[in-house]
Write a protein that binds this ligand. Structure first.
Ligand code: AMP
Length: 175
């Protein structure tokens, strides 16, 4: 397991009861870093994809090298107020309060096939918001891909209920 075994679990971060799945230990290891990008490149190399969209910020670390290897363009989906040109955004619910992600209005053209990338799916709220945003721009989501799925939290099912395909390189039980 070159990938899962290199992910560190930090208990009670950022708050009591959360098992934080930390990919920095995977990324700093040359074997782990390469295995991660290579595994995704093998999966997506044969698929028709126009662009890769990464969710701030850990989605950038995985999405950008994947876009480079596959020879595709990379689009950042960012937190509120970070993108300099004209944006559209989508507000979504968090456990406490709401958050907003944004994308440049010229990032995706109608009908373009986009692969969505992030490090981890938990509730699926962030990825669902990103899918809505890409959908608003006329993008077609090829698949939502993650390094880690936490299946017990139900994000994968949530995205699948909305008709999206989901792929993850590894899973961790519990939350
Ligand atoms: P969610 O919207 O609930 O699917 O949360 C996904 C986002 O929160 C991802 O961008 C993750 O980086 C982060 N996240 C949520 N839970 C964890 C966790 N247990 N360990 C590490 N990151 C997490």
């Amino acid at each position: 397991m070159p990938i899962k075994s290199r992910i560190r679990t930090v208990p009670h971060y950022p708050k009591q009861g959360i098992m934080f799945r930390d990919i920095t230990t995977l990324l700093k290891d040359p074997v782990g870093m390469r295995a991660t990008i290579d595994a995704l490149a093998r999966r997506y190399g044969g698929m028709k994809i126009d662009k890769i969209a990464g969710i701030e910020s850990r989605g950038f670390i995985i999405g950008a090298p994947l876009a480079y290897v596959l020879g595709k363009g990379f689009i950042p989906i960012r937190k509120k107020g970070k993108l300099p040109a004209e944006t559209i955004g989508h507000d979504y619910e968090l456990e406490y309060g709401t958050d907003r992600i944004e994308i440049h209005t010229d990032a995706v053209s109608k009908g373009e096939r986009v692969l969505l990338v992030d490090d981890l799916i938990a509730t699926g709220g962030t990825a669902e918001a990103a899918c809505k945003l890409l959908g608003k721009m006329g993008g077609e989501i090829v698949e939502c891909c993650f390094v880690i799925d936490l299946p017990d939290i139900g994000g994968r099912k949530r995205l699948e209920k909305h008709g999206h395909k989901v792929f993850a390189l590894c899973e961790f039980e519990g939350d």
